[in-house]
Design a protein around this ligand. Structure first.
Ligand code: FES
Length: 194
């Protein structure tokens, strides 16, 4: 059922269920989801009055949901009264956005020019082969997500792998395999060696 807000915006009830939490009752998954949509609603209200805020709204939405699934994109499009294709175009253009749940460890290969000429594609292929997933996907155990990124400003150390917050320079396929093993063992890999 469609509702209209004071500003004339409309949204479907099932897309933004609002529930009151009963004190002492553990929130269900549905409650959590409803809360996230309420948070998103607040973000949209705050930023939608200013022009050119789509990227900011998407960033905030990703902070809230952890990623940007289709229903979240559709909700934002409806609230901003723009086509879903426009929202989706921005989401797929910027590498910071992800459309699937993020793994515990984010492995980003820099695909900027300097890294590319130093073999970034080979590194990406190694990651895909080792983890048996494609770029933008997460392993079924939820441990890894692989992504490509634009230049991270460390071209002198190309090629670059950014593993979570850590930048690994002059990285080789062999070292990537070791990093994966280390993460699998549950150890943290310290900042880059070079
Ligand atoms: S191109 Fe990779 S850090 Fe600049």
């Amino acid at each position: 059922m469609a509702h209209h807000t004071e500003t004339g915006e409309s949204f479907r009830e099932q897309e933004a269920p609002v529930r009151d939490y009963q004190e002492g009752k553990k929130p269900t998954q549905e409650d959590e989801r409803a809360k996230k949509f309420n948070d998103l609603e607040r973000v949209i209200r705050r930023y939608s009055t200013e022009a050119g805020q789509l990227i900011r709204i998407l960033q905030k939405a990703q902070d809230i949901f952890g990623y940007l699934p289709e229903d979240v994109q559709a909700y934002i499009a409806e609230k901003l009264e723009i086509p879903v294709s426009e929202v989706n175009g921005v989401v797929t253009f910027y590498s910071l956005f992800i459309t699937e749940p993020k793994g515990k460890n984010m492995l980003n290969i820099c695909m900027g020019t300097a890294c590319y000429v130093k073999g970034a594609q080979v590194l990406m292929d190694t990651l895909k082969e080792q983890l048996k997933i494609d770029e933008g996907e997460t392993t079924p155990d939820g441990l890894f997500t692989i992504k490509s990124t634009r230049c991270v400003g460390a071209c002198g150390l190309a090629p670059i792998l950014v593993a979570n917050e850590n930048v690994h320079g002059k990285i080789s396929s062999g070292e990537i395999k070791k990093i994966i093993q280390t993460f699998r063992k549950g150890e943290s890999v310290e900042n880059q060696k070079h």
